[in-house]
Ligand binder design. Structure first.
Ligand code: FMN
Length: 202
């Protein structure tokens, strides 16, 4: 399905999508560094930058450990990614020399992931978020302290062909759509129309 934005936006936002077919080729450090650099410049509450990233490159010493965390259905396709990135976020923030809860640690990590995904795309690389993995196993096998929330794994790779993708995923291997703006943005209260024009009506 071709993605048609209902209002003018930079093509970057509709061009980003989450494929499952990847080539498995090595990802250059320059690509990773640019994508993480974009993530680094995301906004965050009190500029706390709660995001942390654990990366494994395809075939390195950590690869099988990361892959082994995924639900079997996700491992079917993510095994051909070039890198897997586990996104963590620090739950606490220092205020007046005391650690207090940072209520927006996950929200801010989400902003960083969006920057990562868009910068990767600008360089010709696709990313695909994976929530289906064993978080308890991730914490213990990767020795992640309780101070860090385990957010999401992201598969990064170059778009491959259907010939390298498990048949179960062939039908869904194309960009999907979105709920309309009038079902998403409201004037002050859920259900109250925010705009009068009908361009984006469902
Ligand atoms: C936090 C998060 C978790 C996700 N978990 C999975 C997953 O476990 N398996 C999967 O195949 N896709 C997963 N996805 C991909 C979403 O289904 C996908 O982003 C969504 O359908 C929108 O499609 P698009 O990214 O192609 O625009 C996840 C995406 C995010 C952001």
């Amino acid at each position: 399905m071709a993605r048609e934005p209902a209002y003018p936006i930079d093509p970057l936002f509709v061009d980003r999508w989450s494929p499952r077919s990847f080539t498995g080729e090595p990802v250059p450090d320059a690509v990773l560094q640019s994508a993480f650099e974009a993530a680094r410049w995301a906004p965050s509450a009190s500029n706390a930058q709660p995001w942390r990233f654990l990366i494994t490159r395809h075939g390195d010493a950590n690869w099988e450990t990361f892959l082994g965390l995924l639900m079997p259905r996700n491992a079917l396709w993510a095994g051909r990614a070039s890198a897997l990135v586990l996104i963590l976020s620090a739950r606490h923030i220092e205020r007046r020399r005391a650690l207090v809860d940072n209520v927006s640690h996950s929200f801010d990590a989400g902003a960083a992931w969006a920057n990562f995904a868009h910068q990767a795309l600008l360089l010709g690389w696709h990313s695909h978020g994976i929530g289906g993995f064993d978080r308890d196993a991730a914490r213990s096998r990767l020795a992640i302290p309780e101070d860090y929330a385990i957010e999401t794994i992201v598969a990064l790779g170059r778009l491959g062909g259907l010939d390298t993708l498990h048949a179960d995923f062939h039908q869904t291997e194309s960009p999907n759509g979105r709920r309309s703006l009038d079902e998403t943005v409201f004037a002050g209260r859920i259900g109250e129309p925010a705009f009068t024009d009908e361009r984006n009506a469902a």
